[in-house]
Write a protein that binds this ligand. Structure first.
Ligand code: UDP
Length: 321
């Protein structure tokens, strides 16, 4: 049995589906604060909170957990600046709780969702795993600190790990059973799609004076099912007893905000009204990650890596919402 914390959320639910399709038994552990009950279509589900050690102990006592995939976290960068306590309590303290119970039950394999936000301002591109880590907000710090803690447990012989640093997760399940559903929504692609869906008048572009090809920010968008595939491969890697490691997950090339909107116009066949505004605080101009290491060591092969595929799956889901 594989325990998936945060398995009712965006990347967690896609990974849960992927693992079940591969015949792997899963148990989702989620407090449903940001996760959705509707996304628990595969495996077992336990509604619990990582702040509650007894919830965790119950689950570990009743199930033979072989490994944990740990998604559960808050992930709103802007909010983390205003409410750091919320982020350190949940992302940091509650992860320490999880590690505590894993240690008690001698579960020694974890896949941890980290982020390119642990790198901070890029010093070179594409960003590889050796790029210095200097997070610039509490969200990035919380993930960075957890990485260090996991490495310390590993050095002490308690834990083996795959740490994944995601770039911009996007798109939706190809069968349209699950997709991106955040409340509130802050991500570019679903907000852009709100315009052709008739839910929003216009999309606001944050900053047009960046030193990029068209002045808007460039990001490396990676399809959520390709992320799910990486988690499956990371899990196999650990279950086969292979070395703990850290991997970027991105496509290795970026698209500007304007390019994303242009592509969404093409896919939806509708004009998407744009409004231009100031830069959003804390946004680096360009984030592109090299995922060569994941391809080489895990054999990861992203399948939905064209922007058209990412946006068309997102649009398919968006219309259903
Ligand atoms: N962005 C934008 N308008 C929006 C939301 C996002 O221009 O309404 C920009 C944002 O400034 C960033 C890019 O789109 O450059 C991707 O933002 P998102 O929040 O999706 O992901 P992030 O890169 O912050 O993780």
């Amino acid at each position: 049995m594989i325990l998936i914390t945060g398995g009712s959320g965006y990347i967690g639910s896609h990974t849960n589906k992927y693992l079940n399709q591969k015949g792997i038994e899963t148990l989702v552990f989620d407090n449903l604060v940001y996760g959705h009950l509707e996304f628990n279509k595969w495996g077992k589900f336990y509604k619990g909170d990582l702040s509650n050690l007894d919830d965790l102990r119950k689950v570990f006592a009743k199930n033979s957990i072989k490994a944990v995939i740990h998604f559960a976290a808050y992930a709103y960068v802007g909010e983390s600046v205003i409410k750091p306590n919320k982020y350190y309590q949940n992302n940091l303290r509650n992860t320490i709780n999880l590690l505590q119970v894993m240690h008690e039950f001698e579960v020694d394999k974890i896949i941890f969702s980290s982020t390119c936000a642990t790198y901070g301002e890029p010093q070179y591109l594409p960003i590889d795993e050796n790029h210095p880590q200097k997070p610039i907000n509490p969200y990035g710090n919380s993930k960075y600190f957890v990485e260090q803690i996991i490495k310390d447990y590993h050095s002490a012989g308690f834990l083996n790990y795959c740490i994944f640093r995601y770039f911009n997760a996007a798109g939706a399940d190809i069968d349209c059973e699950i997709g991106e559903w955040h409340e509130p929504e802050t991500h570019l692609i679903p907000l852009v799609l709100d315009v052709p869906a008739g839910k929003r008048e216009e999309i606001t572009i944050f900053g047009t004076d960046y030193s990029t090809q068209d002045g808007t920010c460039v990001r490396d968008y990676i399809h959520v099912t390709d992320l799910a595939q990486a988690h499956y491969l990371g899990l196999m890697h650990l279950l086969e007893g292979k070395e703990s490691n850290i991997f970027n997950l991105g496509n290795g090339y970026g698209f500007s905000v304007k390019e994303v909107i242009d592509c969404a116009e093409k896919i939806t066949g509708k004009n998407i009204k744009r409004k231009f505004s100031e830069r959003r605080a804390g946004d680096p101009s360009t984030l592109i990650g090299s995922a060569d290491k994941a391809k080489e060591i895990l054999g990861w092969k992203p399948e939905y890596n064209e922007l058209e595929k990412i946006i068309s799956t997102a649009w398919h889901w968006h219309k259903k919402m």
